[in-house]
Design a protein around this ligand. Structure first.
Ligand code: URA
Length: 239
């Protein structure tokens, strides 16, 4: 059980003082009835409404974004825009950060959260959370490249890459790459090493989460309860 003012303040949208005023004005209902005092306690699972609109009071926030090219996967930068700049202010106050990085010119699925523990565990290679990328390359991906990816590679610069999936699409100028790790520029470096430099890169999925095709580049939404559950399960399964 948690105090209503604390629950609502955790969304970043209202201060505890604001909540007191909302309650005084009779604008808050929780667990099916009007709330009379902002100190009243409710379960995290109770439905809470402000002006009839459902308010989510989960302990942590998880967002799925279709990252557009041209923004940094960082929380802040002195000179350049980051993915956090796309979010409204109340989310910016919640201490969200990207779960793993996509390069500035890479598009696609990016998770943002303030749940440091789960984010960290999802990114650990031992968690076996596969990341799938769509790449367009100069040249054609061939069967020899597929075998090299499957065996794992040591690149010219000494980078050791675990076995990875590579599936040519169509005439081979596009392909799907499946990685379990996430080293700096890894997809680009692996394909460049095979003589197929990347022209375009987009992340399609992370573990059980697929990029919502309804999200245009730059758009985002909260993860659904089902997606969150699947994410937690994926992390456990990988242990
Ligand atoms: N690999 C890359 O090379 N770039 C990304 O943004 C993600 C994976």
């Amino acid at each position: 059980m948690e105090r209503l003012d604390k629950l609502l303040a955790s969304t970043g949208r209202w201060s505890r003082k604001d909540v007191k005023e909302l309650v005084r004005q009779g604008r808050v209902t929780a667990a099916g009835r009007q709330v009379l005092r902002s100190e009243e306690k409710f379960e995290l699972s109770d439905d809470i409404f402000v002006d009839g609109v459902a308010v989510c009071c989960q302990k942590f926030t998880w967002l799925m974004m279709n990252k557009p090219a041209g923004l940094l996967s960082a929380t802040e930068d002195k000179r350049q825009k980051t993915v956090l700049d796309l979010l409204p202010e109340h989310y910016q106050k919640q201490g969200l950060f990207p779960v793993g990085r996509l390069d500035k010119d890479t598009e696609g699925l990016l998770l943002l959260t303030n749940d440091g523990d789960l984010a960290h565990r999802l990114l650990a290679p031992k968690s076996h959370v596969d990341k799938v990328y769509l790449a367009r390359v100069t040249g054609r991906v061939e069967q020899t490249d597929v075998s090299a990816f499957a065996q794992g590679m040591v690149l010219d610069d000494g980078l050791e890459c675990m076995p990875a999936g590579l599936e040519p699409l169509g005439d081979g100028s596009s392909c799907l790459v499946t990685l379990r790790e996430g080293k700096f520029h890894q997809v680009k470096r692996m394909l460049a090493f095979r003589g197929k430099p990347v022209e375009y890169l987009k992340r399609l999925s992370m573990g059980p989460l697929k990029l919502d095709e309804a999200l245009a580049p730059g758009q985002w939404r909260q993860l659904t309860a089902g997606e969150l559950e699947a994410l937690g399960r994926a992390e456990l399964d990988g242990k």
